[in-house]
Design a binder for this molecule. Structure first.
Ligand code: FAD
Ligand code: NAI
Length: 467
């Protein structure tokens, strides 16, 4: 072999790069291989970060146009320079991906740019982006190759007219009409971006509600708010055909339960019906690494596949496809290999949708508790009772805490402008096994919107002060 390492991560996303840094810190000679040309994976290059840059820019644009009259001033003639907005997003991405190169240097991780293929249980062949191949020997191989877009059968994603999230982050012009297929996280976030920039957005969702895995009350409220913002929803509807036209595309839909078909015209169609594990060209079959029915690498509780030297983490294995879940697994596998007790608490993984307002959730939903036959109490408090929320003009939304018969917190759900940041408190509370009363007895700074979480802890115990 040209080189040999103790630990090699294939994939430099949040799972692979974080795991590689941790492994190097623990004394392993470590490499991280990625074929993209920039480290950071889906998340930093075409996912979490560019989408958040566009959400921020589009929110500012919308505010400049519509959000400031209440405060006593009007801005005239707000103009959109989309090319500049996209260039800013690209710069944010370049800066954060360069940051990973710095982390690799600092921690002595060998970053290798090329496509990796397993040739044996301990050997990898890399086709280098710079040309040529390299053979690598590794004691432990960790597959962190992430996920890719799920397509619609018979529909070609050209990233111009019919786009995935990747194309939706680089549209050169604001579409007049955008049809979003799939009312999940990507559809609502990127739908919000283009809607704020001026597109008429219609979301076609197969099920009878959007964000189907979120707490039902939150999902209903989110739909109400997005509808008020001008987004159209066609629920319980399936797409049967997409025909490209000169101007854009015609989307044929019909009720999911069957019935009369209808056609919708669009300039751009965004396909966001989920993501699938990505293992193309990885040579898993050569080495006999087993996958499940959904194509995910099968691993045990310690992330080990059926081949003892091969492990897997992140989007390519079971569990929520979230960057922070991949990161936790990256750290855990490095610590496990070092003989420590690396561990991920899957009961306490927050998830956030970065719409305006944001929705955030951790632990069990009411629907899940009902289905499991677990008795629960609800502490639900609206942000309208909070003076700071009113002062900020962000009094829309609520906090909902679910507790068991001993007051232990089982779940937390928030819809609010700052829900994504606020959910960290309930996540920490759950990690420490806190009760509703623990949260209620914790001193919260006044005036902050976090006081609503404290009040929800009180409400779960049948009393409140401010309502
Ligand atoms: P990835 O980030 O997908 O990284 C895998 C890397 O492996 C890729 O760079 C790929 O090029 C490389 N690779 C694959 N095969 C090979 C090979 N054979 N050789 C070499 N390299 C290879 N999650 C959140 O938590 N918050 C968000 O706000 C959020 N926003 C998102 C927005 C969008 C539009 C999308 C698409 C996703 C978003 N996600 C978000 C999900 C998040 O991006 C993923 O959960 C996360 O990136 C998974 O990390 P990973 O390390 O498992 O894989
Ligand atoms: P998703 O799973 O969130 O939503 C897909 C939606 O499409 C679901 O509501 C589903 O019922 C619907 N659907 C499925 N097939 C359909 C069909 N044929 N027609 C109409 N609707 C259909 O998937 P999405 O939005 O593509 O995102 C992929 C993953 O990326 C997410 O699961 C999430 O893990 C990650 N992500 C996370 C973000 C965050 O944390 N803020 C942001 C963006 C993505």
């Amino acid at each position: 072999a040209d080189q040999s390492f103790d630990v090699v991560f294939i994939g430099g996303g949040p799972g692979g790069y974080v795991g590689a840094v941790r492994a190097a810190q623990l004394g392993f000679k470590t490499a991280c291989i990625d074929k993209r040309g920039a480290f950071g994976g889906t998340c930093l290059n075409v996912g979490c970060i560019p989408s958040k840059a566009m959400l921020k820019s589009s929110e500012l644009y919308h505010h400049a146009q519509h959000g400031l009259e209440d405060h006593g001033f009007t801005l005239g003639g707000v103009k959109l320079d989309l090319a500049k907005m996209l260039a800013r997003k690209d710069k944010v991405v370049t800066d954060v991906t360069k940051g990973i190169e710095f982390l690799f240097k600092k921690n002595k991780v060998a970053g290798i740019v090329g496509a990796a293929k397993l040739t044996g249980p301990n050997t990898i062949e890399v086709t280098l982006n710079a040309g040529g191949t390299q053979t690598i020997e590794a004691k432990h191989i960790i597959i962190a190759t992430g996920s890719d877009v799920t397509g619609l059968p018979g529909v070609e994603i050209d990233e111009k007219t019919v786009v995935s999230s990747t194309g939706a982050l680089t549209l050169e012009k604001v579409p007049g009409k955008l049809i979003v297929i799939g009312g999940g996280v990507i559809g609502l976030e990127l739908g919000s971006v283009w809607q704020r920039l001026g597109a008429q957005v219609t979301v076609v969702e197969f099920l009878d509600k959007i964000t189907p895995t979120m707490d039902g009350e939150i999902s209903k409220q989110l739909q109400r708010i997005l509808t008020k913002q001008g987004m159209d929803f066609k629920l319980a509807t399936k797409v049967t055909k997409i025909d490209k036209t000169k101007k854009g595309a015609t989307v044929t839909v019909e009720p999911a339960a069957g019935g009369a078909a209808e056609t919708l015209e669009a300039d751009v169609v965004l396909v966001s019906i989920g993501r699938k594990p990505y293992t193309d060209g990885l040579g898993l079959d050569t080495v006999g690494v087993e996958r499940d029915a959904k194509g995910r690498v099968k691993v045990d509780k310690h992330f080990r596949s059926n081949v003892p030297s091969v492990y897997a983490i992140g989007d390519v294995i079971d569990g929520p496809m979230l960057a922070h879940k991949a990161e936790e697994e990256g750290v855990a596998i490095a610590e496990i290999l070092a003989g420590q007790h690396g561990h991920v608490n899957y009961d306490v993984i927050p998830s956030v949708i970065y719409t305006a307002p944001e929705v955030a959730s951790v632990g069990k939903t009411e629907e899940e508790l009902k289905a499991a036959g677990i008795a629960y109490k609800i502490g639900k408090v609206p942000f309208s009772i909070n003076a700071r929320a009113r002062a900020n003009g962000d009094s829309e939304g609520f906090v909902k805490i679910l507790t068991d018969d001993k007051d232990k917190i089982l779940g937390g759900h928030i819809i609010h402008a700052e829900a994504g940041t606020l959910i960290a408190e309930l996540t920490l509370a759950m990690e420490f096994g806190a009760s509703g009363e623990d949260v209620a007895r914790t001193c919260h700074a006044h005036p902050t919107v976090s006081e609503v979480i404290k009040e929800a802890g009180l409400a779960a115990n049948g009393r409140t002060i401010n309502m």
